[in-house]
Design a protein around this ligand. Structure first.
Ligand code: GAP
Length: 500
């Protein structure tokens, strides 16, 4: 693969060609930043959700799940701060008429400088034996100079964002000589704020009807149900409420495939704790969540934490788990210590007490909250892009294989009669009947066996079970493993154990 851009294009077209992800409304030329999941995509997505749900709800006795409505009382979004402050700074190029996020233009500029540094490091790595990367980064003049540039821009940028200084953001874009990628000019409008929430009207007549919002995060559905769950579930602090569901954001710059969508899914968990204990639990959840990612067997080098230096006014700690996507390290999951901000605001706006009586301390208080929040679609992209592999085999042929973690693979096993005669299809059907109640399996008798293997490799099926002449004699089959392509014989009775 020539470069990461080509790799990413190959991944997107593979996702479409093999029924994982289609552009939404494709026959009407699509709808920007909205995607549909196909027959294999929905299986992979469901498996990701189930893997998360099991880790959070099933394995933690003090976490329960809910499924709250997408539509919620509009005052919720006033209380949460989304009506007033859920904005992105946008800027238009007057020549191309294209709209951009001012912060993304600056971040992309920083990324370009980082790419230069990385190139320099890679070059040096190839040149020197016993290469000391840390020392090289500290001493190479070009790297040092570029790193200083990054630090200066980052500090300035963080200050401007923190102060909501829109004129300053425009000035920074001009100072960095950032040009529109389409027109190539620096003819920019002023920077304006743009609210990301989609709104609609509830009720059959617009006049007098309330404006309601499509939720931009699932978390608020958890906060407003905090007491319902605590009381009916007799939950004792510390405890958590988990939820998986759709969220909607009118992203200005929607790109990078399913990385940034306008309609997406989140898996969120709010963990309610005693005031003063939130930082201990923040550390606990950082560790738990990174372990969850690593349990999938993906190279740990692909993950890193990015602690937030500047915190939102309601948070006292925050970090992102970043993943190495084909376009670089980007946020995959957020872990935030949100203090008692949300529950206090809902107390204030609803006039209802949202307190917990702690029998151990004999105190009543508004609990503090540690949140873990991950996008299902982003997790899908992480797993899918990491699994995509183009290999050249010993005989010179190539194969495209999705090395998906077996527990997430859409189809767990393919059942393949070697030929369409001699009782083999019937035997294969018997095996399908044995496996069906346990795993999603696929029966395939069309084409030569090699081509059938390739089809299964391309959708990430971990095992191919082949029924051949010997099967008809001794009730054994061959199992071919996707990654090693090794084959071995197993008795039919043993197949389920083997797959498990
Ligand atoms: N309740 C906290 C919250 O919503 P966030 O950082 O805005 O925090 C959490 O979002 C996660 O949701 C992100 O880490 C990302 O995985 C996912 N996410 C956010 N915006 C997204 C978008 N436009 N498209 C896809 N996933 C998105």
């Amino acid at each position: 693969m020539a470069n990461n851009e080509d790799l990413f294009k190959a991944i997107i077209s593979h996702a479409k060609e093999y029924g994982f992800i289609f552009p939404s409304s494709e026959i009407y030329d699509g709808l920007s930043a909205v995607y549909d999941y196909g027959q294999y995509g929905v299986e992979l997505k469901n498996n990701i959700k189930q893997y998360w749900w099991k880790a959070m709800v099933q394995y933690h006795e003090n976490i329960v799940g809910i499924d709250s409505a997408i539509f919620m009382h509009p005052t919720i979004w006033k209380a949460s701060g989304h009506v007033d402050a859920f904005n992105d700074p946008l800027i238009d190029n007057k020549d191309s008429k294209k709209r951009y996020r001012a912060d993304v233009l600056i971040e992309d500029h920083i990324q370009k400088i980082e790419d230069k540094i990385n190139k320099e490091v890679e070059k040096a790595k190839k040149r020197f034996e016993n290469f000391d990367e840390a020392l090289f980064r500290q001493t190479n003049p070009r790297v040092v100079e570029n790193q200083k540039k990054i630090d200066d821009i980052t500090a300035k940028y963080a200050e401007l964002m923190q102060n909501n200084d829109l004129a300053g953001l425009k000035q920074l874009i001009l100072d960095l000589e950032i040009a529109c990628p389409i027109s190539g000019t620096r003819n920019w409008t002023d920077v304006r704020q743009f609210n990301l929430m989609f709104s609609t009207q509830m009720g059959s007549v617009a006049e007098g009807a309330d404006t309601i919002y499509l939720r931009p995060e699932t978390a608020q559905g958890i906060f407003v149900n905090f007491l319902n769950v605590q009381k009916t579930g007799r939950m004792k602090i510390p405890f958590g409420i988990a939820q998986i569901g759709k969220a909607f954001r009118n992203e200005i710059v929607a790109r990078q495939f399913i990385f940034r969508m306008r309609e997406f899914e989140q898996m969120e968990m709010q963990f309610f704790v005693r005031p003063g204990e939130e930082l201990k639990w923040f550390e606990y959840w950082k560790k738990e969540r990174i372990e969850w990612h690593k349990s999938l067997g993906i190279d740990p080098e692909n993950y890193r934490f990015h602690d937030h230096e500047k915190l939102a006014h309601y948070a006292n700690a925050a970090t992102d788990i970043e993943f190495k996507f084909p376009f670089g390290f980007k946020e995959l999951e957020g872990i935030h210590s949100r203090t008692n901000y949300d529950l206090s605001r809902h107390e204030e706006f609803s006039g209802k007490k949202l307190r917990y009586f702690d029998p151990e301390t004999n105190e009543s208080y508004v609990p503090y909250v540690v949140e873990t929040s991950i996008g299902v679609d982003r997790m899908f992209l992480a797993v899918f892009s990491n699994a995509y592999c183009e290999e050249t085999l010993e005989d010179g042929s190539t194969r495209v294989v999705l090395r998906l973690p077996a527990q997430l693979a859409p189809v767990k096993a393919a059942v393949l009669p070697l030929v369409k005669k001699d009782g083999m299809p019937e035997k294969a059907r018997e095996i399908m009947d044995i496996l069906k109640p346990h795993y999603l399996c696929q029966y395939d008798e069309k084409d030569a066996i090699g081509r059938r293997y390739r089809r299964q490799d391309a959708i990430g099926t971990p095992y191919c079970i082949t029924i051949d002449n010997q099967t008809m004699e001794d009730n054994t089959v061959t199992i071919r493993e996707r990654d090693s392509m090794q084959q071995y014989r197993v008795a039919i009775d043993e197949i389920i154990n083997k797959i498990r």
